[in-house]
Ligand binder design. Structure first.
Ligand SMILES: [Zn+2]
Ligand SMILES: [Zn+2]
Length: 940
């Protein structure tokens, strides 16, 4: 940004002001005191403060103690001392009439380290007491050093003394002993020629810190550097100042050296702030922090203090950019049935997550599936909680299963594909909202849709059929697994029952499972039937799990012995797998019959736990299959006129068992059951599904009207989803000489958008790589060369505050997700402000793509305090805060000069992508500039 500031000064002030730019420590080294005194504006990059050399030379010229290499209170205290010392040095330097006297005095002071404080912490060397030869050696070294008068360097001295310094105090190796040129005759004649002056030497007229909130966040020495500058006035600028809570306001006050009060953990909502504080505390302070409880009145007063600070020192400048023409356009997107169904599936999966474990799932952030499978932690917790409908004994089983696994290292509960995918999807998101927002924009892996297979699928019915086929395959997998594992559990049950004996006869895990398959409230008729058939096929009936059956089973000679032998072998294998921990457990089991019996029961419980999980998964799959089949049928009805027979199952229904017209049909997306809209909704309000015997949790929000599936323009399915297809179409339609900024919010979403843009053949630039590389890319874009589209992540600071008036289109892929309204407003203003600012010569268009009936719409409505409605009020007296879909569409089309036409990825591009993906599935090229802007016409 330094270069940009220089340009701005030139642009608005011409050559009236002399400007000096320092972007690195190396450039600072070349600067002389005279240049600093003569220039009007010195623009310096804060990266100078990140250099160790800066602080070393500062302490050195101040003739004071060396500064610690790490930021913190320790550093601040040492810096304060150094600055006091520096004042003395400046006085010596400038306070003499005689030529060269000042320099001589300064050199002498540095040599004698006049302000070096031996008692100060930075020189304190904590080391164990030296004895014997070591002591004599150290003493000799010390004496040597004391004699050595020629050493001018104050930093860590070589030898024992230097080594004894704590690590953070040691200076980094090589350095210039005289960066200021004090020994040169030029400087000795006139101190104005002194080079590399620390900025702390000067009294500034005004210090302005741009984008200060980034400095506040980084928590390094930069903050100390910025606040230690002396100035008659200080300005700090930010487009997004933090003001959510007391801690935020305090972080602003720090820049002005105003202390608002002590830290209290109750005054911030941010974990990061708390963690940073925690690091700085001593053990005693940590303890005190627990002990001290402040009253509400105390906090209330602090709020007043913060407010007083804001009133007095903070000013919000409304940029007078009202006259810059700017049009806000919203494109409401109706997701095609297949996409909205996938969205709903995820939404319900999230809703059904146990809230207690939500954090764990979202914070897991697994990188690979293998990793979670290995770790199994987040996944298992999550799955365990899906068992919550297993009303009796579920909790105890859960508890029992966990230690069994750990102790015995036994049945590694493998995770189903569906659950893994869910965790993968959620793991890459920090919150449920984030996961949903991403889904509202693109397909992703959890959808179970192989993106490449989607390529040939170009109409909605086919897309639905494809998903139905996938879900059916998953269901079959699940049944197979259940079929394989039932006999194993049965065998173990009989063994425990007959040979080892249950601890509690009334709680036989497997018998309970068999009984629950018939009685308990889970699944629905269809899935129950399926499970019952599987049970019958595996001969797991009520009768076959009884004691008598067990006796009969082991009646034949050798059967019991064989079973015991097999178990012993399995146990040994498991112990081997689990390593040393299991060893003595095994020995004990051999001697202690009771423990052995208990271990066997543990094993059985783990098996049953796995069965319960599989059973619940089966229910989920039956439901998903039913839901998607229904969606497909509705789609067919809409597009091909195929009749769908739906009868409302409710007893007291107004339709009285008649076949329903399609626009009366509603579907519960949690289980796929259908009925007439009135009845389905009525039951949903009391949390029930309309179909008898279905245990799925219905909610009014999960009810889908068949009429809302299958819009007229719903003929196509696209590789990356409708929204990104529209984005591609929009960018293509922009006038050839105009440029656009595309804003995404999350890293993974940005990556997908990048992939989609290149697949659609739109040339674009992304800011990646080192800070230098980024600024080069940005500069190239500002020069109006190369790609016309700049893809930015709103949270990425590398382009914050940059002037991008070369572009006059701002596209938001989705509404921003922010915790606070104020953060939302600030980020939006900041993003739009890149284009809408002085110097913009064209009319700015702000385009927003919003997927209707998803979190997109909710977020936008809440943040903009507006409502998007389908039709205008009949009376014509529209409220001011409503947006009408038709009008939005119309305005969007008018601004663009015609409606958008969705096109899918060209076939060839898809293939190329696939090859790329086989090389590294998630690895994307750092920067993409595809030059195929001009071939619009060929493709159309
Ligand atoms: Zn009904
Ligand atoms: Zn149902």
């Amino acid at each position: 940004l330094c270069k940009q500031w220089e340009k701005e000064v030139r642009k608005f002030c011409g050559s009236k002001l002399s400007v000096c730019v320092v972007t690195s420590k190396a450039e600072l080294n070349k600067l002389t005191v005279r240049t600093v005194l003569n220039c009007d504006i010195l623009i310096m990059s804060v990266t100078v403060y990140k250099s160790d050399a800066y602080w070393e030379t500062l302490a050195h010229i101040a003739a004071a103690n060396p500064l610690p290499n790490r930021a913190g209170r320790f550093f601040n205290a040492a810096l304060k001392k150094s600055l006091e010392a520096l004042k003395n040095r400046v006085r010596e330097l400038t306070g003499h009439e005689e030529e060269g006297e000042g320099i001589r005095k300064l050199v002498r002071s540095i040599k004698n380290r006049v302000d070096f404080d031996d008692s100060h912490l930075t020189t304190h060397k904590a080391r164990s007491r030296l004895k014997g030869k070591a002591y004599m050696d150290a003493k000799a070294a010390d004496d040597d050093e004391d004699d050595d008068d020629d050493v001018v360097v104050v930093g860590a001295k070589k030898g024992v003394k230097g080594k004894a310094l704590p690590k953070e105090l040691q200076t980094s190796g090589k350095k210039d002993p005289d960066p200021w040129g004090l020994t040169t005759s030029l400087v000795q004649r006139d101190w104005h020629n002194m080079k590399c002056p620390p900025l702390e030497m000067f009294m500034w007229n005004r210090v302005i810190v741009d984008e200060f909130h980034y400095i506040g966040e980084t928590m390094d020495r930069t903050l100390a550097g910025v606040t230690s500058l002396q100035a008659r006035s200080k300005w700090i600028l930010s487009g997004t100042p933090p003001t959510a809570d007391f801690a935020d306001v305090k972080s602003i006050a720090v820049f002005l050296n105003v202390h608002l009060g002590v830290d209290d953990d109750a005054d911030t909502t941010k974990d990061s702030v708390r963690k940073a504080r925690e690091k700085m505390r001593t053990a005693a302070e940590k303890f005190n922090n627990f002990r001290e409880m402040h009253s509400p009145a105390w906090h209330h007063r602090r709020q007043q203090v913060a407010q007083r600070f804001l009133d007095r020192f903070v000013r919000s400048n409304e940029p007078e950019i009202g006259e810059l023409p700017c049009a806000h356009l919203i494109k409401p997107i109706r997701l095609p049935a297949a996409e909205s169904a996938l969205y709903l599936e995820l939404a319900h999966a999230i809703e059904n997550l146990d809230l207690r474990h939500q954090r764990k799932v979202f914070k897991a952030r697994p990188k690979t599936k293998a990793k979670i499978a290995a770790k199994g932690k987040a996944g298992d917790d999550f799955i365990v909680d899906l068992d919550s409908d297993d009303s009796d004994g579920g909790k105890k089983k859960k508890k029992a299963a966990a230690p069994a696994k750990r102790k015995q290292g036994e049945p590694q509960l493998e995770m189903s594909h569906r659950d893994q995918r869910l965790i993968d999807t959620l793991g890459s998101s920090a919150s449920p909202e984030e996961a949903l927002l991403k889904r509202a924009s693109v397909y992703d892996d959890f959808a179970g849709v192989d993106l490449d297979a989607m390529e040939g699928v170009n109409n909605a019915i086919k897309a639905c059929e494809y998903i139905v086929r996938e879900r059916r395959k998953q269901l079959a997998d699940c049944r197979e697994q259940l079929k394989r594992e039932l006999p194993v559990a049965l065998e173990q049950h009989l063994l425990v029952l007959h040979h080892f004996g249950y601890r509690d006869e009334n709680r036989q895990a497997f018998a309970d499972f068999v009984r629950n398959a018939h009685n308990a409230a889970w699944g629905d008729r269809e899935s129950k039937q399926m499970v019952r058939e599987l049970l019958d096929a595996a001969n797991c009936t009520q009768a076959s799990v009884s004691r008598a059956a067990a006796k009969a089973h082991f009646a034949a000679p050798g059967v019991l012995q064989a079973a015991l032998k097999r178990r012993a072998k399995e146990r040994a294998a498991a112990e081997k797998g689990s390593g040393g921990g299991g060893d003595d457990e095994g020995k004990k089991a051999k001697v202690d019959a009771k423990a052995a019996a208990w271990a066997e029961e543990y094993h059985l419980r783990a098996l049953v736990h796995q069965l319960t999980r599989l059973r619940n998964e089966l229910v989920g799959r039956v439901n998903a299959l039913r839901f998607f089949s229904m969606i497909r049928d509705c789609q067919r009805a809409h597009l091909e006129g195929v009749h769908v027979e739906v009868v409302c199952p409710a007893a007291k229904c107004a339709h009285a068992g008649a076949s329903l017209p399609l626009d009366e049909v509603s579907i519960s997306s949690t289980c796929g059951h259908t009925g007439c809209s009135t009845c389905v909704l009525r039951e949903a309000y009391i949390g029930k599904c309309i179909t008898e015997g279905c245990a799925a949790l219905a909610k009014p929000t999960s009810i889908v009207h068949a009429s809302s599936l299958g819009a007229e323009d719903d003929g196509k399915a696209t590789r990356y989803g409708t929204k990104l297809a529209l984005l591609g179409a929009l960018l293509r339609r922009l006038p050839a000489d105009e440029r656009a900024l595309v804003f995404c919010q999350f890293e993974t979403l940005t990556a997908t958008v990048a992939e989609a843009l290149s697949a659609y053949g739109i040339s674009f630039v992304q800011l990646t790589g080192t800070a230098r590389k980024r600024s080069e890319l940005l500069e190239a874009y500002q020069q109006e060369t190369g790609a016309r589209v700049l893809l930015l992540n709103v949270e990425d600071e590398s382009a914050a505050g940059s002037n991008l008036t070369v572009a006059n289109h701002v596209v938001f892929v989705g509404p921003l997700l922010k915790q606070e309204q104020q953060q939302y407003d600030a980020t939006m203003t900041q993003a739009i402000g890149r284009c809408v600012r002085y110097g913009q010569l064209k009319k700015v268009h702000v385009w927003r793509l919003v997927s209707m009936q998803t979190i997109d719409q909710d977020t936008l409505e809440r943040r903009e305090r507006k409502q998007i409605v389908q039709r205008a009020d009949v009376d014509g007296n529209e409220a001011e805060d409503t947006l009408v879909v038709e009008e939005l569409e119309q305005r969007f089309a008018d601004a663009l000069g015609g409606p958008l036409v969705i096109q899918d990825v060209a076939a060839g591009v898809g293939k190329r992508k696939r090859e790329e993906e086989t090389v590294g599935r998630r690895k994307r090229p750092a920067k993409r500039v595809v030059d195929s802007d001009d071939d619009d016409d060929d493709e159309e």
